[in-house]
Design a protein. Sequence first.
Length: 93
Amino acid sequence: MQKVIGDLQSADFGFEFDWFAPFFEFRFPTVGEIIRDGLQLELRYAIEPWHVLGEETTGGGTARYVDDSMERLQVMLRGAMGDSPNQDSVGSR
């Protein structure tokens, strides 16, 4: 989301990332965070894909049965590359 907002800003659109912070916190709530020895570990709930199990046509439309039994977790570790010579490469992120 930061990249998209950055692209909009570079195209002279007045978007600010802070405007989207409440949406981000609502959609991806924080589970926990810990900071130790220069490392930051953050856990958030992630997007859950709901696989369609079947469809049934009803008088009012179509009913889709989904499997919502999965929960996903996003794990983000910051500061792990330290003094790596590849800090700026994509493979180091």
